[in-house]
Design a binder for this molecule. Structure first.
Ligand code: ARG
Ligand code: ASP
Length: 719
């Protein structure tokens, strides 16, 4: 009895510290050293050198950061790029009108000549990655303040960048890893002419919309296609009719042999941000304070926007991208709270901390360095609690009332004039005009006014008086509608032609106008209140915590020597790997690892906003007209695996044991969205579109078989 108890405890404790199976987002240049043998034991058939090499074309040369917010991969020797529908959505939306509704109907170019340029969209390749920790941290000492440390590192990084050997078309940047305990240099090459090639209708690319978002089982064909164009000598070039399709160093082969449960798989891409090494109190704050506050604010905003979108097709197009992006994090945070609660994420951290303290106390040199570290963290997080809540309130609310964004633009113009005269004004003017021109396309004053009313009410009512702007309070005294009248009565800010008259007129008139503006006064008061009542203290406490978390990161690496650590995601290129696998979301339920077209038809609701199915797809289904893409008479749609992914991994390729493309990453399962904070291999799964569904839609549904002909389809399982 006693023995088994001890054994149980041992197993429990060991489990808490040994790197959990398949957890981690690994740096590609370190795979050989840290992960290759584990990857091979899971079934990988290629080498780390095939994935990342600076000596030969490797898989990394087919991966791009898509616009800086998603991942894409090159899938033909003519620069064809695959990414998600939701990653290409902004581009698709920008080219959509009520007449040519690419969101609703999809878009397919018939030749290269029809491919549509996208201002501002880029694709960045990683040329190489170097460890520059020593140079970056040169001269940094333990007794520096955070500001001094940052200044010293900044200086070093500038020098590193200057000294980096690179070609004229390449750039370099550095990033801190492990909370700034290590630094890496990235040499990159960016292509700025990226054109839209194809996208399925939303009823496929975003099938199930918000109801199915973050949810498994899933049936979304979340993909779109772009093409990188280059100058005639294959170098990066701004858009020009003379540009030609780019010839990549490497393009991915595509396996249409499909997947089986427990197959090895890896995902290669640009995960945005995770916080896996937080102190328990930080996780508790996210779960009980920050996430709930942000959820409540977004709930309000979404209800308001949705009300308008359902009644007005124009507003529906205007606000579609905005709505989806507000909704996406809103829903993710709910899953995160649920997952952290259900898996006792806080309790797990506490168990680790007890073991940490025990080991530290048992070792004099560790004790001297880290003996009181956990207390420091505890105190820091206690001090920051109300401040981060006020920050979230301010940021969430003010960013969603867009009249403030417009006013800020005009004010920057007035400031430019007062500071740098006519010349400063003229320079700023072009930028502001271009920005507003774009911005106003997706802005509706009626919607914004309702957002103002709803969110300002929360701002006043749900916060302690000391962080509420006095001017909002005064305005609010006469009721929120009267306040809104005062702000939205200044209708210059909500009307592009009036804005342009003001901007094109005399700068003196603009300055005078801004001085009398209620909206500007209010915006300034909101900001000033935030700065004095919140931001000042927040920065001070945050600096203390940053230092303590950095120390704690190093301490965890020093104390848990048996564990291989991966750095938190920071939008740099990473590899994550695992197995194709179903999961058990709750007692009595097991989810299969794959879905197929039958499931699309099960969800089909004729005419529905989320679950309609295009007629052509229904016909293909009825006739089982699947070409070479089906398996045993079924058309595969999505599958899941244990890859540890996060936001930014959207559009990432899912690769098989040989490095062939088998799927396209686009989401995670609801029960496991807390993987950003506390990955749990039993319920964390990434969701991918099966590449055979992508090809089927391109080929059979869209009739764009000319694109499939560009690709190289392979049969690794039929060798
Ligand atoms: N949840 C996915 C990701 O985080 C997909 C989001 C796009 N889809 C949507 N319905 N909003 O970005
Ligand atoms: N959907 C996410 C993205 O856009 C991926 C994720 O969070 O799992 O990057």
């Amino acid at each position: 009895m006693k023995h088994s108890k001890i054994l149980f405890l041992l197993i429990f404790i060991t489990n808490a510290f040994v790197a959990k199976a398949d957890e981690g987002m690994w740096l590609p240049q370190l795979l050989g050293k840290l992960n290759e043998s584990r990857m091979k034991s899971l079934g990988m058939k290629i080498s780390a050198e095939d994935i990342y090499s600076i000596n030969k074309g490797s898989l990394k040369d087919a991966i791009v950061s898509f616009g800086g917010f998603c991942t894409g991969e090159v899938i033909s020797t003519k620069g064809l790029v695959l990414t998600n529908h939701h990653c290409g959505f902004d581009a698709i939306q920008n080219h959509s009108t009520l007449q040519n509704n690419y969101i609703r109907d999809g878009f397919w170019s018939k030749t290269n000549a029809d491919e549509i340029p996208n201002k501002g969209l880029f694709a960045t390749f990683i040329v190489r990655i170097d460890d520059v920790s020593k140079e970056a941290l040169a001269g940094v000492t333990a007794n520096m303040s955070e500001a001094e440390r940052m200044a010293a590192i900044d200086k070093n990084l500038q020098q590193i960048n200057k000294n980096t050997k690179k070609e004229a078309t390449q750039k370099s940047f550095t990033r801190g890893f492990f909370e700034g305990n290590q630094y890496y240099l990235f040499v990159t090459e960016t292509y700025n002419d990226v054109r839209l090639v194809g996208a399925p209708p939303s009823a496929i690319g975003n099938f199930g919309k918000d109801t199915d978002n973050w949810v498994w089982p899933r049936h979304t064909g979340d993909f779109s296609m772009f093409r990188i164009y280059a100058s005639k000598d294959n170098k990066p070039a701004d858009y020009s009719v003379d540009n030609v399709p780019f010839t990549p160093k490497k393009s991915l082969n595509i396996s249409i042999d499909g997947i089986a449960e427990n197959d090895f798989t890896m995902v290669f891409g640009f995960p945005g941000r995770t916080t896996e090494y937080l102190y328990s109190a930080a996780v508790e704050q996210i779960r009980t304070v920050n996430d709930p506050a942000k959820i409540a604010i977004r709930d309000k905003a979404l209800n308001i926007i949705d009300g308008f979108m359902r009644k007005d097709e124009g507003i529906k197009i205007q606000y579609a991208a905005k709505y989806a992006s507000i909704q996406n994090a809103y829903k993710k945070w709910q899953g995160e709270v649920l997952g952290l609660t259900r898996t006792d994420g806080v309790g797990r951290k506490k168990t680790q901390e007890i073991e940490f303290q025990k080991r530290v106390d048992a070792n004099p040199s560790l004790k001297e360095k880290y003996g009181t570290l956990l207390q420091t963290l505890e105190a820091g997080y206690a001090d920051i609690k109300s401040l981060v809540l006020a920050r979230d309130y301010y940021q969430e609310i003010v960013s969603k009332i867009e009249i403030f964004t417009i006013v800020a633009q005009l004010n920057s113009l007035a400031n430019a004039f007062e500071k740098n005269g006519q010349k400063g004004f003229d320079e700023a003017k072009l930028k502001v005009k271009a920005m507003l021109e774009d911005f106003m396309k997706e802005f509706n004053p009626k919607v914004d006014r309702k957002l103002f009313e709803g969110l300002m009410e929360m701002y006043v009512k749900n916060q302690p008086a000391n962080v509420v702007s006095p001017m909002v309070k005064t305005l609010y005294d006469n009721g929120i509608a009267a306040a809104a009248d005062k702000i939205y009565g200044e209708n210059t800010f909500t009307d592009l032609s009036k804005l342009n008259v003001l901007i094109d007129g005399k700068p003196e008139d603009l300055v005078a106008f801004m001085k009398t503006s209620n909206t500007l006064a209010l915006q300034k008061d909101l900001l000033a209140t935030y700065q004095t009542a919140v931001q000042k203290d927040l920065t001070a406490v945050q600096n203390r915590i940053t230092l303590a978390q950095r120390t704690y990161m190093q301490a965890q690496m020093d104390v848990f020597k048996e564990k291989t650590f991966f750095p938190d995601a920071n939008s740099t290129l990473r590899v994550t790997f695992g197995k194709v696998q179903g999961y058990k979301p709750r007692d009595g339920v097991y989810f299969d690892f794959k879905t197929d077209l039958d499931g699309v038809m099960e969800k089909y609701k004729p005419g529905d906003y989320e679950f309609d199915v295009p007629e052509k797809l229904r016909t293909l289904y009825k006739n089982k007209d699947y070409g070479q893409y089906s398996v045993a008479g079924k058309m595969p749609v999505c599958f899941i695996a244990t890859n540890h992914t996060t936001g930014g991994n959207s559009g990432s390729p899912a690769l098989d044991a040989y490095g062939n493309l088998i799927g396209l990453n686009f989401d995670r399962v609801w029960e496991g969205t807390m993987s950003d904070i506390n990955y749990d291999p039993t319920i964390c799964r990434n969701i991918m579109v099966d590449i055979r569904y992508v090809l089927f839609i391109v080929d059979k549904f869209a009739g764009a078989d000319w694109l499939v002909k560009e690709m190289k389809l392979v049969h690794p399982k039929k060798k």
